[in-house]
Design a protein around this ligand. Structure first.
Ligand code: FDA
Length: 302
């Protein structure tokens, strides 16, 4: 209930204005976001790389209705690839891209064209790209774009949300050789008609999907902080080589566990940066009510 309210607030312009103008919000946001600019992201990535962690970089932004804004997001990714190459951080790094930030809702092929340019630049830098998955209304379009991109850049990956009832069907087309699938539980408020609603139902769907990925020929990316999911993934991965799958977690969440897993497994951290942190931050609050308490306490203890 509280989670659904926070997710609704995450899409409200009025609440955005209120939350982003609160003086102490920033210190709470900093737990989940590497910083406002590329320099801050580079600093965070250097620290993570020093601890043996791989990274995927997300230049924050979503739901763009403005072509100039979509272009600016594309350019931000291009600058990031250039900087990562220059600083020697590109090798093995990944970029996470939200098609809605590239103009997916705008008419024509704008988002596909921008995504193509992003993939071309990532490839030149020695990096890969993974498409984030947003709310269920965007899944068809995102998978269609994935298909177009993969014909030129076969290493492009995609996030699949276990909570969506359709995902097991989608995975049948995505478990083949060369595919890279990031399996997540799903962070958006979705109706019961399209998504499992209870935590246990979602967890069971996650395990079914995980089994499909681990039995498939692609490269599973197990994106979860849930200790039970991680144990199950380790059990299902028996017989696979250590370089044929990886774990992924979000920046600032279970950081000690990230480092522990990195000792014996491939572990990648999703590093968001940029000024447009509001939607991302609200989803992180919605995932865990304790985060909201922490956020509110920061005002009381001022
Ligand atoms: P679960 O929510 O059950 O959490 C398990 C434990 O992890 C909690 O008990 C707590 O200890 C810790 N935890 C989880 N979330 C926390 C938080 N916000 N703050 C503090 N602790 C927390 N979703 C989506 O819809 N589309 C996408 O493209 C992506 N992309 C993505 C990439 C990566 C690398 C990750 C790790 C996750 C995503 N997600 C996502 C988000 C995902 O769908 C999901 O909402 C979160 O990962 C939380 O689910 P868990 O699997 O961690 O389990």
């Amino acid at each position: 209930m509280l989670g659904a309210l926070l997710l609704a607030a995450g899409r409200s312009e009025r609440t955005r204005g209120l939350v982003t103008s609160m003086p102490l919000t920033r210190s709470v946001v900093d737990r989940f976001v590497a910083g406002d600019d590329l320099e801050a992201a580079v600093g965070a990535v250097r620290e993570l790389a020093g601890a043996g962690l791989r990274v995927t970089l997300d230049h924050l932004g979503e739901d763009t209705r403005d072509a100039a804004q979509a272009e600016a997001t594309r350019d931000a990714y291009l600058r990031m690839f250039e900087a990562f190459e220059r600083y020697g951080l590109a090798d093995g790094a990944d970029a996470s891209v939200k098609l809605s930030a590239l103009g997916q809702a705008l008419p024509g092929e704008l988002a596909v064209d921008h995504a193509r340019e992003i993939c071309a630049a990532a490839g030149r830098a020695g990096m890969t790209v993974t498409l984030d998955m947003e709310d269920h209304t965007t899944v068809d379009s995102t998978l269609e774009t994935l298909g177009k991109l993969r014909s030129d850049f076969p290493w492009v990956g995609v996030a699949v949300q276990a909570m969506l009832r359709r995902s097991e069907g989608d995975l049948r087309d995505l478990v083949g050789e060369g595919s890279r699938v990031r399996l997540v539980k799903g962070a958006y408020a979705e109706p019961g008609s399209v998504a499992f609603q209870g935590r246990h139902e979602v967890d069971r769907a996650y395990v079914r999907a995980l089994r499909m990925l681990m039995e498939g020929d692609g490269y599973p990316m197990v994106a979860s902080h849930d200790p039970r999911i991680i144990d199950i993934a380790l059990a299902l991965a028996v017989g696979r080589s250590a370089s044929s799958y990886e774990f992924q977690m979000l920046y600032g969440i279970r950081a000690a566990e990230q480092r522990r897993l990195a000792q014996d497994h491939r572990m990648r951290v999703y590093v968001p940066y940029g000024a447009d942190w509001y939607g991302y931050f609200m989803r992180r609050l919605a995932e865990r009510p304790a985060n909201l308490a922490f956020f509110l306490r920061s005002f009381v203890s001022r």
